[in-house]
Write a protein that binds this ligand. Structure first.
Ligand code: GLA
Length: 629
């Protein structure tokens, strides 16, 4: 009797007890960033939003699709044709089926149940792929934020709840199984803009939804809650679209700490608020991805938003700016989604979108986002290691004045004693240099080269050259901070009203290639290193090993850390087996060598473990980290 009683209590407790959360530093032998869906290289295509806002219709979509074919941009890779906000009419009651605005999409008028199937069939027959837009909440961005929004959903409060909230399974089945879409962008306004005291809630227009994300306050965001909602969509996509390639595009604008988890959930993740056809705003969006090369991989890309080439500061009269925007988006492995009315495409604009050499930088199979090799407010040099070991190089003049820059062999991790060959990917001219090359940049100009030379490591790769194969599974960030280096621009919609733009995107201090956290130089006990991975202690990096035999690094605490702050031990793991451990290293001590044989290992894990007393968290550096053949 007694025993039965305790067995019963034990079973009841077991049913309620939550399993202890896995220690994020424990190696798993797995690659944990997202590989579901289909985005081995950044998605390319066209989207209606930047060109037409919500005034989207079938004629415009098909004209753009036809233009992609006629201009051969489709053949170059621009395959996704994506319908953004504005397509929906209402959510039918009581069955909740989404209805399409057939006045704008006549082929969807297939009876009482409208269907996008005729349109997606047509796009597929053209050799293209089809994308659709939704929101993670009950209502869309246009409904919540745009007063004069065209094509608003109609009907009762429930009929106007067109977002996925409460309908994930039903909608994903409809969009992917029935309508046969290949791509879904999921916006987040419905989970942000409808607190009980919002004017449009109080007026009875929409139902309140307690906000999960607050763009201005990470502390005021329910990070686990918003992540769970986006994960539910991932699960539904896996259920209804696993039989074919699909793309899941997260649109949470860098809010809700998505910088830390977006790569584990979607195929691409927006890092900033909306791009505008304004130079300063393009820089703002660029800056939100610059320090995040290690958070982007085949299958999970950083997304600084769609291209605005063709419009405003990037129009026909500003081809220098248009080229810069395009080239730099290609270098940082952004999805290349055209946001221009392709019916108006001119030869000069086509030459930009159609620059096969620059598209090839973006679509390189190694999937390494460009790393910042030189940084300043005026000039930045980005370097991207390509699958064949050559490099893409972009030298960006952010200013409206001419600028001078010097590109060095060291920026390229090439020998200064041998020739470096540069091919200019705009002018298609070639030149060589030894040691360094002085260049002059026109205002807002970006020079883009493909560089070949004698690599500093002939038979090896620095880990910072392989950003697409390094995943910060745990990056040691305890309190995510906004990145103060993001350019703050005058937004066209507020002008200079109010207090101005504040840095608001989390992630400052995360893992970085060739830099210590917080953008600092890598330096230990006074010795500077120009290559390596900088991360905070209490971190775990997953590294895909493509046939290398040995891993070695010089590890320690960066001089940008704090004295009297405990010690850190560095460990190398291979497929979840411990291969090597460093001695405990403290601030101010010289870096120590750590190495291990990794022949046959698929996933190498690099763990930096701080002693229990370590406060504050120290910058832990894997300097000169490299994989050797
Ligand atoms: C948000 C997104 C944009 C666009 C609009 C549509 O602002 O960030 O990319 O989809 O919504 O309303």
């Amino acid at each position: 009797m007694r025993r039965a009683y305790w067995t019963m209590i034990g079973a009841a407790l077991a049913a309620f007890s939550v399993p202890a959360a896995a220690d994020p530093l424990t190696p798993t032998g797995r690659w944990s960033a997202n590989t579901d869906g289909f985005a081995p290289v950044p998605p390319m295509g066209w989207n209606s939003w930047n060109a037409f806002n919500s005034d989207v219709d079938e004629e415009k979509v098909l004209a753009s699709a036809q233009a992609l074919i006629d201009t051969r941009l489709a053949a170059l890779g621009y395959r996704y044709v994506n319908i953004d906000d504005g397509w929906w009419l209402k959510r039918r009651q009581p069955d909740g089926r989404m209805l399409i605005r057939t006045s704008h999409f006549p082929s969807a008028a297939t009876g009482a149940d409208t269907s996008f199937r005729p349109l997606t069939d047509r796009l597929h027959a053209m050799g293209l792929k089809a994308g659709l837009y939704s929101d993670i909440g009950r209502n869309s961005c246009g409904q919540i934020y745009t007063p004069d929004f065209k094509n608003q959903p109609e009907g009762s409060v429930a009929e106007r709840e067109v977002g996925l909230y409460g309908h994930v399974d039903q909608d994903i089945a409809l969009y992917f199984k029935d309508w046969n879409f290949d791509y879904l962008k999921v916006d987040g306004c419905g989970a942000r803009g409808l607190p009980a005291d919002a004017a449009r809630v109080k007026s009875g227009l929409y139902r309140a939804l307690t906000p999960l994300v607050d763009m201005q306050s990470l502390g005021g965001s329910d990070v686990a809650g918003i992540r769970t909602l986006y994960e539910e969509v991932h699960v539904a996509l896996h259920k209804y679209a696993a039989d074919r390639p699909y793309v899941y595009s997260l649109c949470l604008w860098g809010a809700g700490d998505v910088r830390a988890w977006g790569k584990d959930v979607g195929n691409s993740s927006r890092t900033s608020d909306d791009i505008q056809p304004v130079w300063g705003r393009m820089l703002t969006n660029l800056d939100t991805v610059t320090h995040r090369a290690l958070y982007a991989h085949p299958g999970s890309w950083n997304d600084p938003d769609m291209l605005f080439v063709g419009t405003g500061d990037f129009d026909e009269a500003h081809l220098t700016e248009a080229r810069s925007h395009f080239a730099i988006w290609a270098m940082v492995n952004s999805p290349l989604i055209i946001g221009y009315d392709l019916r108006k495409l001119t030869p000069a604009l086509l030459a930009i979108f159609g620059n096969a050499d620059i598209v090839a930088l973006n679509q390189d199979p190694a999937g390494n986002q460009a790393v910042l090799a030189y940084d300043s407010e005026e000039v930045q040099i980005f370097v991207k290691t390509l699958a064949d070991g050559s490099k893409g190089v972009a030298i960006l003049n952010r200013t409206a004045l001419p600028a001078k820059a010097v590109l060095t062999a060291d920026h390229l991790k090439m020998l200064a004693t041998a020739d470096v060959a540069l091919r200019d990917l705009w002018s298609k001219t070639s030149q060589t240099f030894r040691g360094e090359l002085a260049v002059t940049l026109a205002p807002h100009e970006t020079l883009v080269f493909r560089a070949t030379g004698s690599r500093r490591l002939a038979n090896a790769r620095y880990l910072s050259e392989l950003t697409g194969s390094v995943n910060p599974a745990a990056d040691g960030v305890v309190v995510p901070e906004a990145d103060p280096t993001i350019y703050r621009s005058i937004t066209p919609w507020t002008k200079t009203r109010g207090p101005g733009d504040h840095p608001q995107y989390g992630g400052w201090g995360g893992a970085e290639a060739d830099r210590a956290p917080y953008g600092k130089v890598m330096r230990m006990a006074g010795k500077t290193f120009d290559t390596g991975i900088g991360v905070l202690a209490n971190s775990r990096l997953e590294v895909r090993n493509a046939g290398y035999a040995r891993f070695a690094a010089t590890v320690g605490i960066n001089d940008s850390g704090q004295p009297r702050s405990g010690t850190t031990v560095f460990e190398i793991w291979g497929d979840a087996r411990l291969l090597a451990t460093s001695r405990a290293v403290a601030f101010g001590e010289p870096a120590v060598l750590i190495e291990a044989k990794v022949t046959g290992v698929k996933i190498i894990e690099l763990v930096a473990r701080a002693s229990a007393t370590a406060r504050p968290v120290q910058p832990a550096i894997w300097a000169d980290a490299a994989l050797y053949r």
